[in-house]
Design a protein around this ligand. Structure first.
Ligand SMILES: Cc1cc2nc3c(=O)[nH]c(=O)nc-3n(C[C@H](O)[C@H](O)[C@H](O)COP(=O)(O)OP(=O)(O)OC[C@H]3O[C@@H](n4cnc5c(N)ncnc54)[C@H](O)[C@@H]3O)c2cc1C
Length: 289
């Protein structure tokens, strides 16, 4: 239920009979199929960039075969799969054949903390995967026919106040932790993904078959690749740190400024709003005769 309950027209239906049907269905006449894009100039005292994050493109991690194997999905896609309002009504069914996905692997740092992809730690992925192991438990229970999660990790980075939750999951009989960076994923003849690597706590090679593999993909700033004002200061990963002049009134907030969970995004947004108010008040005071 994280999404606002509002209607949006899919631009691809404009100019088709479906567009006309959508227009006719809206009782209050809010659908305007002729609406054009426009550029609006607004004078403001401060700007807060709360443009958020986007998932790292999993297809770039070639050894994991996200673009080749239907049963290798991202953590975001898994979140959607578990959503009661999602495509399967919240049932954990795998994409290739609709089979119940009971044995699920989570691969941490998929694209994060990696010189070839994102250098930074995306911070929220460990907690997100630990949370998602509990979706598996809730869906299938424990025992012989129950659910099974395997978390492949470099090290688990729980965010301070959530340490208790982390410990709870570590004690969960349905969850197995394997300290290893998975080297590659292949697919067997039945379409099951098989994780290959070396367990670094014992140096055992493994080739483990799962029903579904979830890549805990890293967080990139949404604004990466967008031309931002020259005064904006970015860190080495493209997150917005602020702007050059302290009083110049441009701030980053939430995941646009750093990989943050919702709680910390709200804190960061509150801080940015207060700083913006301060700049506006200062400007107003100097402009008052
Ligand atoms: C798999 C997964 C599970 C997670 N689970 C949890 C969880 O259980 N609990 C938790 O606390 N956190 C969780 N997180 C982290 C959470 O998603 C982030 O903390 C949160 O989304 C950050 O909020 P935000 O508003 O800063 O950014 P976003 O949620 O990314 O929002 C940014 C908004 O800005 C809009 N936008 C972008 N560019 C523009 C533009 N140019 N103009 C206008 N609008 C624009 C976007 O459309 C978007 O609506 C999870 C993350 C992942 C990947």
């Amino acid at each position: 239920m994280a999404y606002p309950q509002r209607y949006v027209i899919d631009a691809s239906i404009v100019g088709t009979p479906d567009g006309e049907k959508a227009k006719a269905a809206c009782k209050v006449g809010a659908v305007d199929l002729e609406m054009q894009e426009e550029t609006v100039a607004i004078k403001v005292g401060a700007v807060i960039w709360a443009t958020g994050w986007k998932p790292y493109d999993a297809a770039k991690i070639q050894p994991y075969g996200y673009d080749r194997f239907a049963n290798v999905i991202t953590s975001l896609e898994f979140e959607r799969l578990a959503d009661p309002h999602g495509p399967t009504g919240g049932k954990l069914l795998r994409p290739s054949d609709g089979k119940e996905a009971k044995d699920i692997a989570f691969i941490q740092c998929a694209g994060s903390r990696d010189e070839n992809h994102l250098r930074h730690c995306s911070r929220i992925c460990c907690m997100a995967s630990l949370k998602q192991t509990q979706y598996v438990r809730e869906a299938w229970g424990e025992g012989e026919n129950g659910g099974k999660s395997t978390v492949y990790y470099i090290d688990i980075r729980a965010i301070d106040r959530l340490e208790d939750f982390c410990q709870k999951v570590q004690k969960d009989a349905t969850v197995r932790f394997v300290k290893s960076k998975v080297a590659k994923i292949v697919e067997d003849k039945q379409g099951n993904p098989v994780a290959h690597g070396v367990d670094t706590e014992g140096y055992h090679r493994y080739a483990t078959t799962h029903d579904l593999i979830v890549l805990a993909v890293g967080m990139e700033p949404e604004a990466n690749g967008i031309r931002l004002p020259d005064d904006i200061l970015l860190d080495s990963s493209g997150f917005i740190e602020g702007c050059k002049g302290i009083d110049e009134g441009m701030f980053g907030a939430g995941a646009a400024s750093s990989p943050l969970d919702v709680n910390r995004s709200v804190q960061s947004a509150t801080a940015a709003a207060l700083r913006a108010i301060k700049v506006i008040h200062k400007t107003a005071a100097t402009e008052t005769p």
